[in-house]
Design a protein around this ligand. Structure first.
Ligand SMILES: Nc1ncnc2c1ncn2[C@@H]1O[C@H](COP(=O)(O)OP(=O)(O)OP(=O)(O)O)[C@@H](O)[C@H]1O
Ligand SMILES: [K+]
Ligand SMILES: [Mg+2]
Length: 698
């Protein structure tokens, strides 16, 4: 046992002001200050072991070393020095782009670390409480948290109800309720209990908590190349190789053109760097990091860049109903007895079946029978409790020959009919009336000496979250079909689906059916996103291409999905999809721009280079650059500066509007393809003019 002396409670650490992810520091507009701050990190990235991960930039680094060597061999050659200097700058600018993208999360990571350090846990061991550091907790440990305590680790509430301030993680200052038994049982390390007392079972080991993952994410430390990025890198590497061979075969011509050995190697290296796709090679990591960063600023924590990219192509969104589309605070509001049964008898049975039911629904039944029917008393001993499960959709108790069940209409009807018992004629009508209004009916039935029979219905009420309808309409405009899946009955499902405005719904779905539905959609070639909060959603969240767990949900759901929405907003997928699309579009646009650029540079340099040796090439020399050296140098300078010029676009992303994919593609090809062709001509000419003003050139 590692006891901390003097015992300090987690209260001491609670003073740390949490960051507000929604208004993140460092995520503001891009400025020169950011470049300066990122410089040390950019210099560190010059390490060849780091550089080799980007084949294009590695070639530039090699080029910088070679030209520097040649310049050293002939120190009076100003051209060699100039080329070498600009190649080093090209390499540095590429690293700077990545470092700036990473730097934007640093401040936030620091703030998040503050929520983690110094927290002391009150661990339960053999009925006693001991104080251990939060970092010393292991999976399965039980800890107590009372008003004022910082929750020392991720876990599930196994006892009690408490209001919790989660602003350190979510930035949202309104307290949330966390309670045992339901879909709102998960607590996150670093959040603070505001009232009451809960016992938490720790579910994640040290170093793997949600807070740790978030810190790794905003720092970019947890970043891996996505399959798309890898594919693009392979393409860029192949192009680089092709140009390398092409340039090497130019060597005899360069010698013929009058350049001597050393100069020709410098010229050819410069030419190579201008021709290979350095722009996209330099900006590729920054684009990916910035995409993740944009999501974090929308309060979505994504586990992988791959999921963000998949989100850009999602065509179907499946949503769980309770806790996702509705607030999930499903409470018993009324009891309706069937004809011939007294409401009190129904109330007693409903209460008995719920005394050990730790779900919010169960506890709300107990509360209702106390408030409305004045019932009291603890759970009797000797009872066999039947816990609720999403598969049986029932809960209840067996006690001295008396059996009580409550649950979904179909399940309880089946239970009664199984024994040949009659289902009172008005039971279904009572249930349907509740369901048609969007409520959830729970049938209550008993089995005693007279056999099994239905006593009545509990009306569970839930509220559809605000603004759903407009947001689902927006998803429709993005071309995404929304399907609500719920374990609830078809009538309730229809009513809620209509109120929320989803395209379709699937009712009475078991976890297996949720899973099967996703597999079916995927088999049809759809990319599926799933949004859910419950443990019974976990398999579906894991199977979906994009699984977004509500932060209010269970740890199982959060583990299974590949994103967590800190705002628990089921329509957050709009932003997630937009971010994903923006990431894909930005990468596509800058790749187009980069390749078009290289083509233009080719035509700008080659004629200037060889015009002397091959006068017929002079007709191609439309740019009329001052001299071959100036042409080469201008191209190299342009090639370096364009990287810095495009950093803001790489970080901000190309604007995405919900429009047809074809139109977007055509527009971007036009803008970035044509722009990429024209820009070098203008830029190189301008730089050439400026260079010609320098003494000694021209
Ligand atoms: N504590 C409970 N005891 C008995 N029956 C319950 C209890 N809670 C829920 N039910 C019944 O079981 C059904 C299925 O519940 P489940 O939690 O699997 O799905 P849901 O939460 O209604 O829907 P969703 O999948 O959208 O979250 C409910 O619609 C309700 O009829
Ligand atoms: K280039
Ligand atoms: Mg649920």
């Amino acid at each position: 046992m590692s006891t901390v002396t003097p015992p300090r409670t987690s209260r001491d650490a609670a003073t740390t002001e949490g960051p507000r992810p929604g208004s993140r520091a460092g995520g503001g507009p891009f400025g020169p200050g950011q470049l300066l701050r990122a410089l040390p990190a950019a210099l560190r990235k010059l390490d060849p072991r780091v550089m080799v991960k980007s084949p294009v930039m590695f070639v530039v680094l090699a080029g910088s070393v070679v030209t520097t060597g040649l310049a050293l061999a002939d120190p009076t050659d100003w051209f060699g020095w100039a080329v070498a200097a600009w190649l080093w700058l090209t390499t540095l600018f590429a690293n700077l782009a990545e470092a700036v993208a990473e730097g934007r999360g640093k401040a936030q990571a620091e703030a998040l670390r503050g929520a983690r350090t110094g927290v002391v846990a009150r661990r339960l061991a053999g009925g006693r409480e001991e104080h251990v550091p939060g970092t010393g907790l292991r999976v399965g440990d039980l800890v107590v948290c009372e008003a004022g305590d910082v929750v020392p680790g991720d876990g599930d509430v196994v006892e009690g109800v408490a209001s919790v301030d989660e602003s350190a993680i979510t930035g949202e200052s309104a307290p949330v309720i966390r309670e045992s038994g339901g879909d709102r049982s998960a607590v996150t390390g670093g959040t603070r209990v505001l009232s009451d007392r809960i016992v938490v079972r720790i579910t994640t080991g040290p170093g793997e908590t949600f807070l740790d993952r978030m810190i790794g994410l905003v720092e970019g430390a947890a970043r891996h190349k996505t399959p798309n990025e890898t594919a693009l890198n392979i393409l860029l590497a192949s192009l680089t190789l092709i140009f390398l061979l092409a340039v090497v075969t130019l060597k005899p011509f360069a010698v013929h053109a009058g350049a001597d050995g050393e100069t020709s190697v410098i010229v050819l290296t410069a030419l190579l760097v201008c021709l290979i796709p350095t722009t996209i090679g330099a900006l590729l990591p920054a684009i990916g990091i910035a995409g993740m960063d944009r999501l974090v600023r929308r309060n979505v924590v994504a586990g992988s860049g791959r999921a963000v990219e998949a989100a850009g192509d999602v065509s179907t969104l499946l949503l769980d109903k309770t806790g996702t589309i509705t607030l999930g605070d499903r409470r018993a509001v009324a009891l309706r007895a069937v004809r011939g049964v007294a409401e009190d008898e129904l109330a007693r049975a409903a209460r008995l079946s719920s005394l050990a039911d730790e779900t919010p629904e169960g506890r709300s039944v107990v509360a209702l029978t106390e408030e409305r029917y004045g019932l009291g008393g603890q759970a009797p001993s000797g009872a066999r409790w039947v816990a609720f499960s999403a598969r049986t959709r029932m809960s209840g108790v067996d006690l001295d020959g008396l059996r009580v069940r409550k649950g979904a209409t179909a399940s309880v009807v089946a239970w009664v009919e199984e024994s040949g018992g009659p289902v009172a004629g008005d039971a279904r009508a009572l249930a349907d009336r509740i369901a048609e209004a969007g409520g959830t009916p729970l049938l209550v039935a008993v089995e005693d000496a007279r056999g099994r029979r239905v006593l009545g219905v509990v009306h569970l009420k839930d509220v559809v979250k605000e603004g759903m309808r407009e947001r689902f309409a927006e998803l429709r405009r993005m071309g995404i079909r929304t399907v609500m899946i719920t374990g609830d009955n078809p009538l309730t499902a229809r009513a809620v689906a209509e109120e929320a405005g989803v395209d379709d719904f699937l009712a009475e779905a078991t976890p297996e059916e949720k899973l099967a539905l996703i597999r079916r959609e995927q088999a049809n070639g759809q990319l599926v996103a799933m949004t859910g909060d419950g443990t019974n959603d976990a398999p579906a969240l894991a199977q979906a291409d994009v699984g977004v767990a509500m932060n209010t949900g269970t740890s199982a759901a959060k583990e299974a999905g590949n994103m967590v929405d800190l705002d628990s907003d089921p329509t957050k997928l709009i932003e997630i999809v937009a971010t994903g699309k923006q990431l894909l579009i930005t990468r596509g646009a800058l790749t187009t721009f980069s390749l078009a650029n290289d083509v233009a540079k080719y035509f700008a340099i080659i004629p200037a280079l060889f015009a002397a040796a091959y006068p017929s090439l002079d007709r191609l020399n439309i740019m009329g650059l001052t001299s071959p050296e100036s042409a080469i140098l201008s191209a190299v300078i342009f090639n370096a500066l364009i990287i810095v010029a495009l950093v803001p676009l790489a970080l901000r992303g190309v604007r995405y509007r919900p429009a047809g994919a074809d139109r977007m593609l055509r527009r971007n090809l036009g803008v970035y393809g044509l722009g990429g062709l024209v820009a070098p001509f203008l830029g190189i000419k301008l730089i050439d003019l400026l260079l010609s003003l320098l003494p000694g050139i021209g």
